[in-house]
Design a protein around this ligand. Structure first.
Ligand code: HEM
Ligand code: HEM
Length: 192
């Protein structure tokens, strides 16, 4: 495609453009870090580390929101490559729904986390730098409810990631149709 930043054709197949691929792997790295801290370190480290972990959780989580907003803006202005022609309508729908659930989920989830933190009177710094106001007043019932809902949504999205990775492995090792090459970094890994 000729317009800058559109999908490119390489090795006989349409690929995501450089920016979309960079966004994909940046978000993967950020979420690996975010989930590791939220789920693993909290359980392993002593209580005295809790404050630092929570500050980190707010900083990284709010950064995910900002990066996902930028990624969404890029996606809405730069179309993705078409799905493989032989993909069944059911799988096509499932993969599209999963992708859009990631965009919506990783923008909304941090906002609900912000509400959960605000209900405890905890201050959040966007990306660890810019102080944000309380999103809801201290002890607000909606914010309190988000202290339960936010982790549930976080784990639901994690289950979707498992599904998404299973789909990628299916394309890579069973169908061997080059779909994974569309999102991998580097050149020349387009669909065969
Ligand atoms: C992609 C972004 C995020 C992910 C994946 C995520 C994930 C999680 C997970 C898995 C938990 C449960 C931890 C546990 O119970 O051991 C949790 C708790 C929490 N998160 Fe997040 N989070 C994100 C962003 C945020 C943000 C931006 C904030 C605040 C600004 C936040 C505030 C909280 C709070 C306050 C809790 C504790 C709820 C409670 O038990 O009171 N989160 N988060
Ligand atoms: C944190 C985990 C991940 C998230 C949130 C995520 C999210 C996404 C999203 C939103 C898209 C759609 C891009 C678009 O059309 O706008 C996508 C595409 C893709 N992802 Fe992931 N991804 C994750 C991890 C992975 C991993 C570990 C792999 C393994 C190789 C992978 C493989 C792919 C592939 C192959 C595509 C392209 C699908 C296609 O061409 O239709 N993803 N991912």
């Amino acid at each position: 495609m000729s317009a800058a930043g559109m999908t490119t054709q390489a090795a006989g197949g349409w690929r995501y453009d450089n920016v979309a691929r960079a966004f994909h792997w940046l978000i993967v790295a950020m979420l690996v870090a975010q989930y590791s801290v939220a789920l693993l370190l909290g359980a392993i480290l002593p209580k005295s580390a809790e404050g630092a972990l929570i500050t980190w959780h707010f900083s990284m989580g709010s950064s995910v929101c900002v990066v996902m907003l930028a990624r969404l803006a890029w996606r809405l202005t730069h179309p993705a490559p078409p799905p493989p022609a032989d993909l069944s309508p059911g799988l096509r729908l499932l993969s599209r729904a999963t992708h859009w659930a990631f965009y919506a989920g990783y923008i909304v989830l941090p906002v609900l986390g912000w509400a959960a933190a605000s209900a405890d009177g905890a201050r959040v710094r966007l990306a660890g730098l810019i102080p944000l106001p309380l999103l809801v007043p201290k002890d607000d019932p909606f914010g309190k409810a988000m202290q339960t809902v936010h982790p549930v949504i976080a784990i639901t999205l994690l289950a979707l990631i498992a599904l998404h990775v299973a789909g990628a492995l299916y394309h890579a090792f069973i169908k061997r149709d080059g779909v994974v090459g569309r999102i991998l970094p580097g050149r020349g890994a387009g669909a065969a």
